[in-house]
Design a protein. Structure first.
Length: 617
């Protein structure tokens, strides 16, 4: 499945900066497949900025400027474009551009090195941190319509590689923080959510995130050992503020999903018939027949021998003449389109509610969210429910206590979208010509209806094997089951004891629980209409992961003369991970409507696979 582009009706409008054109030109409006090009430079010096990142609104694709500061977008969107430009050490801008080429100027910022970033178990100023770290604020994420954290980081962190192999709703992008360090081992970075290492980032609602710090060099390994060998992504969620009134925020997003990249152009029905005729004739010529005999053979063999279908009806039994052209008056009785039948305009809706605030000694944050996203391929769906609460209280001058609870429940339907077989939704329309109907047809081209007046899927048992004989991916999906449930619970608590202004002890404990279950079912009866021995298959699988982390660190930090500073962190950490899984499958379903593996044939054992593992660090 290709990447999807999202178009949203937002409840708020963002302001944009000014764009200085490099030369006068006529204003262009509503140009499709436009090219946007230009230069990004320093506003103060005019020096080109190499490596600046530019991204179009609601599109995951982005480009970077070359060593001369030049860039070029080729896009199917219409002018004007909403473009976000970012570069380390400069103020990011979101501009509305209605012409091309353009000169974009970025203002340098002086406070970058004074930013406070979360680096593992503590925080540090960029000016004093010796490692390589990049940060993304929650405000930047609020402007993105994203489902997962990996896709949120696309185009926002310099040097981070993000690859989304498909546009399946709910599936995350593959991230490479430190490149590919192994052929066989995992290259995924370590996620740390509110101090809990190894947490699942896909269960998070991006609206709940305060900041993301990406630790990119060897300092990550110094903090987390071998777990941080591929880099570390530290996620901090939002919390309330002391002495602030309760703030209620509600956001609603409603939009559509569609195919980002147009599929190949396909032959028309007439072109398909004529080219198939030409292929048959050429084969006969290669076998030594004369031009006349080869043409006659191609005309006679085309419908009954090669294509097995005549969309022009009984009045035109030989629709292509001896000249290789469609005979006069031949009109197709149907014009089905497999690509349009498989695709749809998916709907994406997201609703989020949060309450935050605090008194003199206690601050709180509560949120709930709902997401429902349909993919552009039928049966590709994702739903997620989120609930989170963060509470922190200062009991007295030397003692603080806090806790957080995060609950998430999601359901994903992910049809096959890889390889070249007939089960691939993104590829099926390339295997079956539009000559072959999606639904069964009568000789006059009208639909064949069942007793309830519904259309009947055409599985094409009569099709040639080159046209996916006996297969209709839409009909099979209607009577099949394929889905995965994901539930996660993240619990955390912490206490902080201050011994002096610059010396404190902080102890944290986190529990990360995840459960995944899936169910699949399919039966060949729905394509053949015949119940055969051993037909049908069903499977069930379940996996559970339980991790807990306990650490206690003594922190010391002091500044001398406003120029020199020293900090130290010492303490133990215990990390325990346990995982177990169980799966089973069975074939041979003689009773339709029974989809559990236990309803399969009793002539053999139910294959069951189980595993259990645990790690202590």
């Amino acid at each position: 499945m290709r990447k999807s582009s999202l178009f949203y009706l937002l409840l708020s409008l963002a302001g944009s900066g000014a764009v200085a054109p490099s030369f006068a030109q006529e204003q262009t409006k509503s140009i499709i497949n436009a090219v946007l090009s230009g230069v990004v430079q320093d506003a103060a010096t005019g020096k080109p900025l190499a490596g600046a990142t530019l991204s179009l609104k609601d599109v995951t694709h982005h480009v970077s400027t070359d060593k001369f500061g030049r860039f070029q977008f080729v896009t199917g969107q219409k002018l004007p474009f909403t473009v976000t430009i970012s570069f380390v050490g400069y103020t990011s801008q979101t501009l509305v551009i209605d012409h091309s080429p353009v000169v974009i100027e970025l203002e340098p910022v002086d406070h970058t090195l004074e930013e406070t970033v979360v680096v593992g178990y503590t925080t540090a100023k960029k000016s004093s941190y010796t490692g390589s770290v990049a940060t993304v604020s929650g405000k930047e994420l609020d402007n993105l319509q994203i489902t997962t954290i990996g896709k949120a980081l696309q185009g926002t962190v310099p040097g981070l590689q993000s690859i989304a192999a498909a546009g399946q709703p709910g599936s995350d992008a593959e991230l490479f923080v430190r490149g590919v360090g192994s052929v066989n081992a995992s290259t995924a970075p370590l996620y740390v959510v509110d101090g809990a290492p190894g947490a699942n980032p896909n269960s998070l609602n991006p609206k709940d995130i305060l900041s993301i710090s990406v630790l990119k060099d060897a300092t990550a390994s110094a903090l987390y050992g071998s777990r941080g060998a591929n880099g570390v992504i530290v996620i901090t969620t939002k919390s309330g503020e002391l002495n602030s009134k309760t703030a209620v925020n509600f956001s609603a997003n409603y939009g559509y999903t569609g195919r980002a990249v147009k599929d190949y152009e396909y032959l028309s029905q007439q072109e398909y018939y004529e080219l198939q005729w030409e292929a048959i004739r050429n084969t006969q010529l290669d076998q030594g027949k004369s031009a006349g005999d080869a043409a006659q053979y191609a005309t006679d063999y085309l419908v009954d021998g090669a294509l097995k279908v005549n969309i022009f009806g009984a009045n035109y039994p030989k629709p292509v003449g001896l000249d290789g052209k469609l005979v006069a008056g031949a009109t197709s009785l149907w014009n089905d389109n497999w690509g349009e039948a498989i695709a749809r305009r998916g709907i994406r809706q997201q609703y989020d509610l949060s309450l935050s605030g605090g008194g003199a000694s206690t601050r709180y944050y509560l949120s709930a969210g709902y997401l429902n996203e349909q993919g552009w391929i039928r049966t590709a769906d994702f739903k997620r429910y989120n609930f989170r609460t963060n509470i922190q209280s200062k009991v007295n001058n030397w003692f603080e206590v806090g806790g957080n609870v995060a609950l998430s429940s999601g359901f994903q339907r992910a049809p096959t979208q890889s390889d070249s077989n007939t089960g691939n939704f993104a590829n099926f329309q390339r295997l079956v010509s539009d000559l072959y109907p999606v639904y069964q047809r009568n000789p006059d081209g009208s639909y064949v209806l069942d007793e309830q007046g519904n259309k009947i899927w055409d599985y094409g048992l009569w099709r040639p094997t080159t046209a996916a004989s006996g297969s209709n991916i839409l009909g099979s999906a209607e009577n099949a089951i394929s889905g995965t449930n994901n539930e996660s619970v993240l619990l955390g608590t912490n206490i902080k004891i201050s011994f002096a202004d610059n010396l404190f002890l902080k102890t944290s404990a986190n529990i990360d629980y995840r459960n995944t279950s899936s169910h699949t079912y399919s039966h060949s009866y729905y394509s053949t209409g015949v119940l055969t021995d051993g037909a049908g298959s069903a499977s069930r699988s379940s996996s559970r992961t339980l991790n807990y982390t306990v650490n206690s660190f003594l922190n010391y930090a002091a500044t001398f003369g406003n120029k020199h500073s020293i900090s130290a962190l010492v303490g133990p950490e215990i990390y325990v991970e346990g995982a177990s899984s169980l799966s089973g499958n069975r074939t041979g379903f003689q009773v339709l409507g029974k989809t559990e593996p236990s309803a399969g044939t009793l002539t053999g054992l139910l294959p069951i696979i189980s595993s259990q593992a645990g790690w202590d660090r």
